[in-house]
Design a protein around this ligand. Structure first.
Ligand code: CO
Length: 295
């Protein structure tokens, strides 16, 4: 891969870091999820594209919830809030997440466990390190806090316009001897929980993907606007009137023209924290593409 491509990854990562830092500062008791999601998306959009809707997943919800069109949910004291966001420049994606606790520090150890697990993984990432070594490092750190990693949520490799490309990077010990190669771009995202470490599908999380089989004027406009990447139901406003969004998506879902992501919830109702960065694998280490100022 050439330097020009890495430069685009860096641009995507830089604005994402900035947007996440700003978003994290907004998370306070009484603030709407929707306002935080829209502000992060606004900042990313000022310099890059959105590679997926801002996920705001609270407490036992691990991932795949974005606010709906007129979502009235507000943060409450003690909430453990994961913000996972994605940008792209010309299809070169940044993917990053952080966790904050609202007005309390009762679950600080869960957040720290995921942050430190990511930090230790970053320290060992270089060309030649195996997927197994990364999983083991993450699991060990999280378990040292008396917690569990979520075993069915994984990091992943990134390719142009492809958020989850070929590689999966588990947060637990595994026997994948595949070694990372110089120039690969990967996202590592340890999830730590005080539950049993397993997430299950629940209700619709307002995140969709247009399928290639979808036909017609609306599908064509969606394809152009979303670049084949996941989108939020709220982003349909403008393609159809706001009052037609839910009806249109329900219709397309029945026709299997779209795929709906389900909210992922910890099976025991355990509190979940997540931290994620996108990394460029180098010969002697790695470059964090999505770094941000300390929050
Ligand atoms: Co990711």
């Amino acid at each position: 891969m050439n330097e020009e491509i890495y430069e685009q990854y860096r641009r995507a990562g830089r604005v994402l870091g900035k947007a996440l830092s700003a978003g994290a500062k907004m998370v306070k008791e009484g603030v709407r999820y929707l306002d935080v999601a829209e502000e992060i998306e606004r900042i990313i959009s000022s310099e890059a594209g959105l590679s997926f809707p801002v996920n705001i997943s609270v407490n036992e919800v691990a991932a795949h919830y974005t606010p709906s069109l007129n979502d009235s949910l507000k943060f409450k004291k003690g909430d453990v809030v994961k913000i996972d966001a994605g940008s792209h420049v010309n299809g070169y994606i940044g993917d990053s997440a952080l966790t904050v606790e609202v007005g309390s520090n009762e679950n600080e150890h869960i957040i720290k466990a995921s942050e430190e697990a990511l930090q230790e993984a970053i320290e060992i990432v270089r060309a030649g390190v195996s997927i197994a070594e990364i999983g083991e490092t993450i699991e060990k750190k999280i378990k040292s806090y008396g917690l569990r990693p979520v075993k069915n949520l994984q990091g992943h490799s990134l390719e142009r316009y492809n958020l989850h490309a070929g590689l999966s990077i588990p947060n637990v010990s595994n026997n994948n001897g595949r070694k990372l190669k110089e120039g690969e771009v990967i996202a590592i995202e340890p999830f730590a929980t005080n539950g049993s470490g397993y997430v299950v599908d629940r209700e619709n999380g307002n995140i969709y993907l247009l399928k290639s089989r979808a036909k017609g004027r609306i599908a064509d406009e969606m394809r152009k606007k979303f670049d084949g990447l996941p989108f939020a139901s709220r982003w349909m406003e403008g393609i159809v009137g706001w009052d037609k969004v839910n009806m249109t998506l329900a219709f397309m879902l029945r026709r299997r023209a779209v795929y709906a992501y389900k909210k992922l919830v910890e099976v025991d109702g355990g509190i979940v924290a997540q931290t994620e960065h996108t990394l460029l694998v180098k010969k002697d280490g790695c470059e964090v593409l999505t770094s941000r100022e300390k929050t």
